[in-house]
Design a protein around this ligand. Structure first.
Ligand code: OSB
Ligand code: MG
Length: 369
């Protein structure tokens, strides 16, 4: 693969409604769209880094910096056989996984297009459709939360994930169970908001038959999570703590979790995501694909990776209209039937960019040759 040109574009899109987590509230989404050009094709990817380093240490600006100064110059000179070689080439760069993933993902799309196969197929995906759920932020009121849950259940979403934080937790989960029953596939995501001192609250949550509790403890912990898992019936799922297949191996060995949320950006790219998928599969650990409020290009990548066979639990890849008045891709991401997204068969990510919409939300751009 010879790369002729790389383009970084910074977009800012308003969210339909604010999204609150234990670490902050988003009202609009800024992100970097990456285009890599080679052999007459263009590969796309979306960086999932946010404006502030609250979910992890990266930001939109650090991704731009690391991509511009270190990754793109080397990629323009390199002769890659396949995007699977990317991680070896850039193992000298410590972490900066979202920066790596943004470029690697675009190379995967380009590679699939050059070979006339879907990104799903290029990655070894087997499913023709994936089951999806929806992530709901911390709503100002219980009533507001119940309304949202009702609407998403009506759309057929196969998993309801609710954000929690200390003081806004048991009441929310209890209200959902009392209103909609125990059949609803329900989980909570704490985004690292608790410590082992909160064990009583976490044990209380244990009564509600949650499919899992996601990242209850510190973002960089796997030891306390192992202690907590021994005290809980509910499976713990790790998100923030897992940055690599090595992290996953250690967490599984320690018993820190029974489920892993794979986010391609957090782990440095599709190649590493697939390695984590394979490792978990060999240990009987189910995985699912998380989200970072992606627009269409990021969602397309999530759909492709979630087509691998051990993505057993519905992911957070809800339809475009969950967050956006209009998406920048065509077709928009929609549910092919309730709670289900069809995996595109077209070459690459299987979604096209609508240039007029990219331009509408564009706030910065730069081309590298
Ligand atoms: O922890 O999964 C998370 C959004 C931003 C940062 C972290 C997380 C999330 C979500 C939203 O839960 C998932 C989505 O709908 O994209
Ligand atoms: Mg999470």
């Amino acid at each position: 693969m010879k790369i002729d040109k790389v383009k970084l574009e910074r977009l800012k899109m308003p969210l339909l409604s604010p999204f609150e987590t234990s670490f902050g509230t988003e009202t609009e989404k800024e992100y970097i769209l990456v285009s890599v050009y080679g052999d007459g094709h263009v590969g796309y990817a979306e960086s999932v880094a946010m404006e502030s380093p609250a979910y992890n240490e990266e930001t939109i600006d650090t991704v731009w910096h690391v991509a511009e100064q270190f990754i793109i110059p080397q990629i323009l000179k390199a002769e890659l056989e396949s995007p699977a070689d990317f991680s070896k080439l850039f193992s000298w760069i410590r972490r900066n996984n979202m920066a790596k993933s943004a470029i690697e993902g675009a190379l995967w799309d380009l590679y699939a297009k050059q070979n006339g196969i879907s990104l799903s197929k290029a990655l070894g995906g087997e499913k023709e459709e994936i089951e999806v759920g929806v992530s709901i932020g911390i709503e100002p009121t219980v009533e507001g939360l119940l309304k949202k849950v009702e609407g998403f259940l009506a759309e057929g979403y196969k998993k309801i994930k609710v954000k929690i934080k200390p003081g806004i937790d048991v009441d929310r989960i209890k209200a959902i169970r009392e209103t909609f029953g125990y059949e609803v596939p329900l989980m909570a995501d704490a985004n690292s908001a608790y410590t082992l001192d909160d064990i009583d609250t976490l044990k209380e949550l244990d009564q509600y038959g949650l499919i899992m509790i996601e990242q209850p403890l510190a973002h960089d912990d796997i030891v306390d999570h192992a202690k907590l898992q021994r005290e809980l019936q509910t499976p713990i799922c790790l998100d923030e703590s897992i940055h690599s297949v090595e992290d996953a191996r250690k967490a599984i060995e320690l018993g820190s979790c029974k489920i892993i949320n794979i986010k391609v950006g957090r782990v440095g790219g599709l190649t590493e995501a697939k390695k984590i998928h394979d490792l978990c599969q060999s240990h009987g650990i189910p995985v699912w694909c998380g989200g970072m409020l992606e627009a269409g290009v990021g969602r397309a990548h999530n759909i492709a990776i979630a087509s691998l066979s051990n993505f057993i639990i519905p992911g957070d890849t809800s339809a475009s209209k969950r967050y956006w008045a209009e998406d920048i891709v065509e077709p928009e991401v929609t549910l092919s039937k309730p709670g289900t997204v069809a995996v595109p068969k077209e070459a690459g990510i299987g979604y096209s960019l609508v240039q007029g919409k990219v331009d509408k939300y564009l706030i910065d751009a730069k081309v590298y040759r």
